[in-house]
Design a protein around this ligand. Structure first.
Ligand code: OOG
Ligand code: NI
Length: 473
């Protein structure tokens, strides 16, 4: 047994191989995305040159080499079975479903999760995640159209035989050899590929499109084409401003929190989806176009506690309630300046965020702390005092998930803002988990565990005993 296990490559390696393959494929499929990547690389290089301190910190974290590597992508699935098998496929790459996002409230007939690595070591190796949505056909009012969409979807097979076989092998053996992993990546990639040949006639496509553009996107094609990839930028405002100069049209506003000294959660912006030629089926195969695929960038900050998140949601809602951004971007400037003004209420230094319990931090023992232990110094039995004495330090825990209001904004900008339908239906997490074949993990519990474990480990390293830990932490 030991021998066969040694031959397995780690799921982290499979995830990295998959990310590279997906990136290469998407760049050839959507050339504008290549231009965006170049812009992001240029901006990141400028930021690093202007901030030697940031550069040193990222280098110490081993982040420098991977700075321009994609951080996420997104797909939209049509049936419960597709979601079930997608969970199995991502498990091979060490990715699990974290978080439940209901987008029906924002007029998008889907609910979603994020498949991502969960443990810290895996996130450090490659944090690639996939925002995965499942179409909610029950939200289509027209019963005949719903039945037709279901029938069309029931006929398609989005996974290759080879991929399914290797998934089953992984489940049976608990791993894949390097050769199997390479084959798996090539087979898995097929699921995410763009197919310009639709599986429906131009007439059916139009009816689906009239019900909702997203329904046409999910139902009319052979598979769940990857609809965007998202690299990380160190200065999202600079990339947003730089896009038009390179012939890219960005969406009107950056989603998420405003620019701050201490970044919180997630800021995102995208460029508009491209109009691409498609071939419909029918007696006389007709040509048409479809818009679905775009590019996006993200900048991540510290994860917020439930208390911090409540404050974030409150401030964001007050701005959105008062400043509406029009379809053509009218009011975007007002929105961004109002957002900054309202967020003045949100503390903007790491220590206040920590002391007020608004954000999650990772604690580590400093060099001075280790020396103190070695020298047998009697240490203060309080976290605040240990921090003050310089024996303990704290760093932000990066937010690894998504934001439903932001996600809805990204969806809408790429579906056309003219379709603000508000569905009466509410979140249906239970139905989502039944389709998935398991529970989605609670992201807040993951951050809390990371913080608590880091503190407990640090205090232990500073020589405190288990009963003492309780009273200090
Ligand atoms: C997903 C949109 C959401 C994000 O980063 O919030 C998203 C989609 O358009 O399918 O990608
Ligand atoms: Ni995205």
């Amino acid at each position: 047994m030991a021998q066969s296990q040694q031959a397995f490559v780690s799921p982290d390696t499979i995830r990295s191989l998959f990310t590279e393959a997906m990136s290469a494929m998407y760049r050839t499929e959507v050339p504008q995305y290549g231009t965006l990547i170049e812009l992001v690389a240029d901006v990141n290089a400028e930021v690093l040159q202007a901030n030697p301190e940031l550069k040193a910190r990222l280098a110490a974290l081993g982040e420098l080499d991977r700075i321009n590597v994609e951080r996420h992508g997104a797909i939209r699935l049509g049936t419960p079975e597709e979601l079930f098998n997608m969970r199995r496929l991502f498990a091979v790459m060490g990715m699990e479903a974290v978080g439940y996002y209901d987008l029906s409230m924002a007029g998008v007939p889907v609910h979603s999760t994020c498949f991502r690595p969960v443990d810290e070591a895996a996130l450090n190796i490659n944090p690639f995640r996939v925002f995965t949505s499942l179409l909610r056909l029950e939200l289509i009012e027209d019963k005949a159209l719903r039945a037709e969409a279901e029938e069309i979807l029931s006929r398609r097979k989005i996974f290759t035989e080879g991929a399914l076989k290797l998934i089953a092998l992984y489940e049976e053996k608990g791993g894949l050899t390097e050769e199997e992993a390479r084959t798996f990546v090539a087979e898995a990639l097929e699921t995410f590929r763009w197919h310009s040949e639709a599986t429906v006639s131009a007439e059916t496509y139009k009816r689906l499109h009239d019900a909702h553009r997203l329904i046409a996107d999910v139902v009319s094609f052979k598979g769940p084409h990857i609809n965007h990839l998202t690299p990380r930028t160190l200065d999202i405002d600079a990339v947003q401003a730089g896009m038009p100069k390179r012939g890219i049209t960005p969406k009107a506003v950056i989603e998420g929190p405003p620019r701050r000294k201490v970044d919180i959660l997630l800021r995102q912006t995208s460029f508009k989806a491209l109009e691409e030629p498609v071939q419909f089926i029918g007696d006389a195969a007709t040509a048409g176009t479809h818009t679905a695929r775009f590019g996006e960038i993200e900048q991540r900050g510290v994860a917020l506690t439930p208390k911090g998140r409540a404050l974030y949601d409150k401030l964001l809602n007050t701005v959105r309630g008062e400043v509406q951004v029009g379809a053509a971007g009218a009011g975007a400037g007002d929105y961004m300046s109002e957002l900054s003004a309202r967020f003045a209420e949100f503390p903007d230094d790491a220590d206040t965020l920590r002391r007020e319990g608004l954000a999650f931090f990772r604690y580590t023992v400093t060099e001075a702390g280790r020396r103190a232990v070695a020298d047998g110094v009697k240490l203060q039995a309080s976290v605040e005092e240990l921090l003050k004495a310089g024996y303990l330090r704290f760093d932000p825990i990066v937010y690894e998930d998504f934001l439903p209001v932001s996600a809805a904004g990204i969806f809408q900008s790429n579906l056309g803002t003219d379709q603000q339908v508000n569905y009466a239906a509410r979140a249906n997490r239970a139905a989502f988990e039944t389709a998935l074949g398991g529970k989605v993990e609670d992201e807040l519990a993951l951050y809390a565990a990371t913080q608590n474990n880091s503190l407990a480990a640090s205090l232990q390293a500073l020589g405190f005993t288990a009963p003492q830990l309780k009273s200090i932490a």
